[in-house]
Write a protein that binds this ligand. Structure first.
Ligand code: ZN
Length: 71
């Protein structure tokens, strides 16, 4: 997946975005939407987003367990 090198995940909202993109104000770590959010608010968003990511990973692990092949 060499073509996916330009795609980044926003730290604040988890959105996937292209970087750098023409006419976009996005930075390496934040998408166009979140780059305008005040830094303090963004910090909170980042914290929540990391929790969501953790929960998603946990959920995936649980799903893997419950979808074990039928005996
Ligand atoms: Zn974002």
């Amino acid at each position: 997946m060499a073509s996916g090198e330009r795609q980044r995940t926003c730290r604040a909202c988890g959105k996937k975005f292209d970087y750098p993109a023409k006419g976009s104000a996005a930075t390496r770590h934040h998408c166009e939407d979140c780059v305008t959010v005040p830094a303090e608010t963004r910090k909170t968003m980042e914290r929540l987003n990391s929790r969501v990511t953790q929960l998603e990973n946990q959920l995936r692990r649980l799903e893997l367990k419950s979808t074990s092949p039928p005996a």
